[in-house]
Ligand binder design. Structure first.
Ligand SMILES: CC(C)(COP(=O)(O)OP(=O)(O)OC[C@H]1O[C@@H](n2cnc3c(N)ncnc32)[C@H](O)[C@@H]1OP(=O)(O)O)[C@@H](O)C(=O)NCCC(=O)NCCS
Length: 146
């Protein structure tokens, strides 16, 4: 698997970015200044991720998504391991905000629970967000040293 960093035309990847974040306005906010990485498999963009620099020397994983029909095959974890390797050249740690539904993915990669931001998904999104029929309310943040 090889990572590609996208410098131009970042919005061309909007449809796959929307799998991890349903709000185009929010995505545009971090896409401009964030680093967009993709895993291109032939003609298919199989995975995307956006890293955003933090003021404390770390970075935040703002978005990570694997194409729906390729999920659950180990691509997301392999991709995120490569992203962490790349990020370790520039950043001290990686933070990620999750819903209670997706935290298992990060725990499986040794991210540690850091803190919770109450009502984040209610206060920051124009529409309620549901995952597997459950409304997302608080954001649970995990981090890992790079
Ligand atoms: C979350 C996502 C990136 C994971 O990628 P993936 O290729 O499906 O994950 P993998 O196959 O590498 O799975 C790795 C581990 O994480 C777990 N996992 C994967 N997706 C999960 C989810 N949504 N919830 C809980 N655990 C999950 C798997 O069970 C697996 O654990 P195991 O190694 O013990 O079997 C992918 O499912 C996705 O794009 N989901 C939609 C977008 C999204 O929710 N992004 C995250 C926003 S916070």
């Amino acid at each position: 698997m090889e990572l590609q960093k996208i410098e131009c035309g970042k919005e061309d990847y909007m449809s796959i970015l929307l799998l991890a974040d349903p709000c185009i306005k929010m995505i545009k906010r971090y896409l401009t200044d964030g680093d967009l990485y993709i895993y291109q498999h032939g003609a298919v963009t199989a995975a995307v991720a956006v890293l955003y620099p933090l003021e404390d020397g770390g970075c935040e994983l703002k978005n990570i998504a694997v194409l729906e029909n390729l999920q659950g095959k180990g691509i997301g974890s392999a991709f995120l391991r490569l992203i962490m390797g790349e990020a370790s050249k520039k950043f001290t740690h990686m933070l990620v905000g999750t819903t209670s539904q997706t935290q298992g993915f990060y725990k499986s990669l040794n991210f540690q629970y850091s803190h919770t931001i109450p009502n984040f998904f209610v206060d920051n999104y124009p529409e309620p967000i549901f995952e597997n029929g459950i409304q997302c309310v608080d954001m649970r943040c995990f981090s890992i040293k790079l």
